[in-house]
Design a protein around this ligand. Structure first.
Ligand SMILES: C[S@@+](CC[C@H](N)C(=O)[O-])C[C@H]1O[C@@H](n2cnc3c(N)ncnc32)[C@H](O)[C@@H]1O
Length: 242
């Protein structure tokens, strides 16, 4: 009997989780819309924080499209604005790509620094300016941050104190995983909260999570099995003021 009961309970809870996953993912994806009129420049629209956000994409590189992880993080920030109150907080986004997450964080009232590789910065700056001008408490900044490169010079430890580090879909088959880890570590102070959305694709990426756990306390906040995405909260390990 016990065995049957446990099996049924497990089946029901898995079913419930599956159902809930599909429902939330549908809700998240419904925030995206495409223009009804064909225009010369291609853009995609998103609804967050009561605003219509227009994102121009470029088709030639990774960071040039909005990835599902970014939508998951935007939705999380909007729907958990009480628990994770980022108003007036110092927030940095790494691998910002088209800038959607940084835009949403700015619209929510944070002091945002959006960063990515130099070649992404033009489009990133364009999207951020267009969607935040006259709409934000603190105008966001856009800066180059190549993972692991000249961090002491571009972001000296003594001059920054980020409350939050945001990262959406920064782990995939690229050769800079160790540099990415170094960057998280460099930017993270004792009280910094990392909100990191991870899309699982390959075995190598699970190894990154293991490496990450050596430096940070990692907590899974939510999971979206149908997208192979998990949302993590992390803080530096062995903090004095935990
Ligand atoms: C898969 S995209 C995700 C973009 C955006 N966060 C999103 O979710 O839509 C990965 C991002 O990481 C950036 N990136 C890749 N390697 C990098 C590096 N070595 N230093 C800094 N950024 C890097 C890419 O330019 C790109 O914007």
């Amino acid at each position: 009997h016990d065995f049957i009961n446990t099996t049924i309970t497990l089946f029901l809870s898995e079913n419930r989780e599956d159902h809930e996953d599909k429902r939330v993912v549908q809700e998240i994806m419904a925030r995206r819309f495409t223009p009804t009129v064909i225009t010369t420049t291609s853009w995609e629209g998103f609804h967050f924080v009561g605003h219509e956000i227009r994102i121009t994409e470029a088709m030639d590189c990774y960071g040039a499209v909005v990835w599902p992880s970014a939508l998951v993080l935007c939705y999380f920030l909007e729907t958990n604005a009480k628990q994770y109150n980022i108003v007036d907080k110092h927030v940095i986004e790494i691998g910002a790509g088209t800038g959607l997450v940084s835009i949403v964080a700015s619209l929510l009232g944070a002091r945002v620094t959006a960063t990515d590789l130099p070649e992404l910065l033009g489009n990133l700056q364009y999207n951020i300016s267009r969607n935040t001008k006259m709409k934000c408490k603190h105008p966001p900044q856009v800066k180059v941050l190549s993972w692991g490169v000249a961090l002491d010079k571009t972001f000296p430890r003594s001059s920054h104190n980020f409350d939050y580090i945001l990262a959406a879909d920064v782990v995939y088959a690229h050769p800079f995983l160790e540099e990415l880890l170094i960057t998280f570590d460099h930017l993270c102070k004792e009280t910094t909260i990392i909100l990191w959305v991870m899309k699982f694709r390959l075995e190598k990426e699970n190894k990154f999570v293991d490496r990450f756990k050596e430096l940070f306390d990692l907590e899974e906040i939510s999971r979206f099995p149908s997208l192979n995405i998990k949302l993590y909260k992390a803080m530096k390990k062995n903090r004095r003021s935990a």
